[in-house]
Design a protein around this ligand. Sequence first.
Ligand code: GDP
Length: 461
Amino acid sequence: MGNTTYLHSTDTIVALATAAGKGAISVIRLSGPQAISICNAIFSGKNLLEQPSHTIHFGTIRDGARVVDEVLVSLFVAPHSYTTENVVEISCHGSDYIVQEIIKLILQKGARLAQAGEFTKRAFLNGKFDLTQAEAVADLIAADSSKAHEVAIKQMRGGFSVEIKALRAQLIHFASLIELELDFGEEDVEFADRAALENLVHHLQNLIRNLLQSFTLGNVLKNGVATVIVGKPNAGKSTLLNVLLNEEKAIVSDTPGTTRDFIEDEISIEGILFRFIDTAGLRETQDKVEAMGVERSRQKIEEAALVIYLFDVNELTPADLATELAALNVPDKPLLAVANKVDLAADLEVAAYQAIAPVLFIAAADKIGITELKQHLLRAVNQGDLTTGANTIVTNLRHYASLEQTYQALDAVLQGLANGTTGDFLASDIRRALYALGEITGDITTDDLLENIFSKFCIGK
Ligand code: GDP
């Protein structure tokens, strides 16, 4: 494993770990061999170098004789810390000025400012956890729905990589058997049972296929479902959006086509985030501004994962609905047909509409049918699978790409087996699969990869 050969950093890093600005408390974090001695040099109270790990100490931070703040210092002595290095957390009063002063003193004593994600990067490099777990830390902080949080916590605790590591271990076994055959050169020996290898590869591909499929779900959980409401002007799109968001965020107007701006907003339905995109009407128009709206509506349908087609049930006959839905032409994603303004309908031809599509009937302005609509939204995303909780869910595009590469390499292995390819080609295809899998957990890393991952973290994490 690449990270076991890593030597502990020689420098000590410092950063504000809490959000900047006024608050009750700010926490400044140091990590590195000199973390405790540097803090001790500016701390007055007791000798921190003589204190055991996992203890908290009250005292003052001093710049010479001047008292900068009264603080609490938490000590984590290596290797029992987040980074496995000496870590000190100074809890001071939450003032940007105090934080600046303390960090300045710490820098003067020989620490340097931490880069984005550097604490977590050190934890990874020091073998504290693997790459998927480090990435999950960032996801956990970013998670703003209960499902996204659940997936991130699971991944941070290792759920995802356990499966990957098990797969990789089995493959390594075969790779080494085949490479052993190569050592025997001309002699016609086969240590690696080809049938068993083929079985394993099929098994791996099944697992990987499941992981790849879980990405759609994972993406939904992590980023929310991009949902677009389309329909003719005055169908009630803004009204519906307002009701769903429970706030007056869109402009509601009686003049057709006045909703020109796209208002993106989110709601959480049973822990799943739906990002709504309001659009101008889909009607043909001469008006330039409005025309742009129509064009952009089509564009938004492209971007959306879920489309709600809203129509005024008093304006659109079942036959019209059929024409409209055909014109919308959304074959590749869930499309929910919703009939609005049922309160105005004297004689509602429910069956006639249902014959065209599974239409849902609502009165947005009167908040009738909204609960049902929300349930339909949930169901449309994944036929209810979202809440049943697949074991392992891939949420990360990087992991997805590596899994795809693994899958392709395994395809090549299967082809090689079918054609009776020589061991060296087989071995190289297996190595390719191993490499792609190793990139996921961080068993194989490059500086670029690490830079790319950790630069997305915030400073102090
Ligand atoms: P949009 O152009 O599709 O965004 O439509 P709006 O949301 O601006 O609604 C157009 C008009 O229809 C407004 O006057 C709304 O108050 C009205 N409206 C929306 N929903 C309903 C409903 O369920 N029943 C009735 N009677 N009027 C509605």
